[in-house]
Design a protein around this ligand. Structure first.
Ligand SMILES: C[S@@+](CC[C@H](N)C(=O)[O-])C[C@H]1O[C@@H](n2cnc3c(N)ncnc32)[C@H](O)[C@@H]1O
Length: 364
């Protein structure tokens, strides 16, 4: 063996050794993958973030445990774990340890503009966790959809018959709507200009349209969803709720703001179903300046200004769609182009925004 060849073998061996060492640590992340979700859920249910927020400054474990009625020994271990994950911040207070809020822990509060608590409670609910157990069976050729297989019907029919779960879905979706809508309104100023009416197709409890109407009151905002969702949707001045089925027809408007209005709606469905929904949206908008605004993830696409970590969220969402919907999926730009063209739209544009989703505008 020559000198160069020997050096090549040695460096390959070194790389392999490093990869082995890394794998022996990485594997634990997957073995105990559910621990983070479970402990964060525990923190939300206990109301730890609310207690610290109400206190207004750092709290010791014994202060938190007496405020919440917890066992101090167990709470101390929970707080140590959460601080290690940088969810709360550990600080020294005189002789003892205390904890303060962080931007992440504030997202665990049930109320507030940035709350993601309902989303986490939805995803960690026994109803949403159960289908994951049959993911491998789903992936087999002719495998049955996991959610339907587990609960006997698809997620929307299940929600119609279980209103507590339906409300949890609506609250979870509203968390994201509250974060994304202001970003969309700011980034898509031009796109909203001149619109008189916008319909949010599959708009849940109307959070997106309420925010749109508050920001742009000249736009008539219509929230459209299934009857059981509309029946529970809160009243808000200037917001119209309409009940129906998007596979039958969509209320007429200048734009089917499939933004948040289609936001995270199309990914629930197969290509054929998406084409059907988009055709109904196209029928609902005006021929002159009509557009459908689709707010969804575009996967496998490097988008300027979009943090890499959000791409990973898009891929996780794709797995969630596999577990929770019958034929839903996240789509690449090519896949989006296919459904948009097949639904008869003349052209489309894509705008990257600071969110998991991008804004796709499909023109009549
Ligand atoms: C993932 S949620 C998105 C909610 C909302 N767009 C948001 O992003 O906050 C999907 C919504 O589609 C609604 N939906 C499902 N099937 C529907 C149908 N056939 N017609 C109208 N809405 C439907 C569901 O009730 C649900 O509110």
């Amino acid at each position: 063996m020559g000198e160069i060849e020997r050096e090549g073998v040695l460096s390959r061996e070194k790389v392999e050794e490093e990869e082995e060492a890394e794998a022996s640590v990485e594997i634990w992340k997957y073995i105990f993958g559910c621990v983070e979700m479970a402990v964060v859920k525990c923190a939300i249910e206990l109301g730890i973030a609310e207690a610290i927020e109400k206190h207004g400054r750092a709290m010791t474990v014994s202060e938190i445990s007496s405020a919440l009625g917890c066992d101090p020994g167990l709470l101390k271990r929970i707080m140590r774990f959460l601080a290690h994950r940088k969810i709360f911040k550990a600080v020294t207070m005189g002789g003892s340890n205390g904890y303060t809020q962080t931007p992440l822990s504030r997202r665990l509060m049930r109320e507030g503009q940035q709350s993601m608590a309902a989303f986490l409670l939805l995803e960690s609910s026994p109803i949403m966790l159960a289908p994951w157990h049959s993911l491998s069976a789903r992936v087999m050729a002719n495998g049955r959809p996991s959610f339907q297989n587990t609960h006997g019907e698809d997620v929307w029919r299940y929600a119609a018959a279980n209103l507590d779960h339906s409300n949890l879905i609506n609250e979870a979706m509203a968390c994201d709507a509250k974060l994304v809508m202001p970003v969309i309104i700011e980034s898509c100023n031009e796109e909203f200009r001149g619109l008189k009416s916008v319909v949010d197709v599959g708009g849940g409890n109307g959070t997106a349209m309420r925010i749109l109407h508050q920001a742009l009151p000249s736009i008539r905002a219509i929230n459209f969803d299934l009857p059981h969702v509309i029946a529970q949707a809160p009243h808000s001045d200037g917001l119209e709720h309409v009940a129906g089925d998007m596979f039958q027809s969509v209320p007429k408007a200048d734009a089917a703001f499939i933004m948040k209005d289609m936001q995270w709606v199309l990914h629930d469905w197969s290509d054929e179903e998406c084409i059907e929904i988009l055709k109904k949206c196209r029928e609902a908008i005006s021929k002159e300046n009509g557009r459908v605004m689709i707010v969804e993830a575009v996967i496998e696409e490097e988008e300027e200004g979009k943090p890499k970590a959000l791409e990973d969220v898009g891929l996780m969402l794709d797995m969630v769609m596999m577990a929770h919907t019958n034929f839903g999926k996240e789509r690449t730009l090519k896949e989006w182009e296919y459904v948009i063209k097949m639904a008869g739209f003349s052209s489309y544009t894509v705008k990257s925004i600071q969110a998991v989703q991008s804004v796709i505008l499909a023109f009549y």
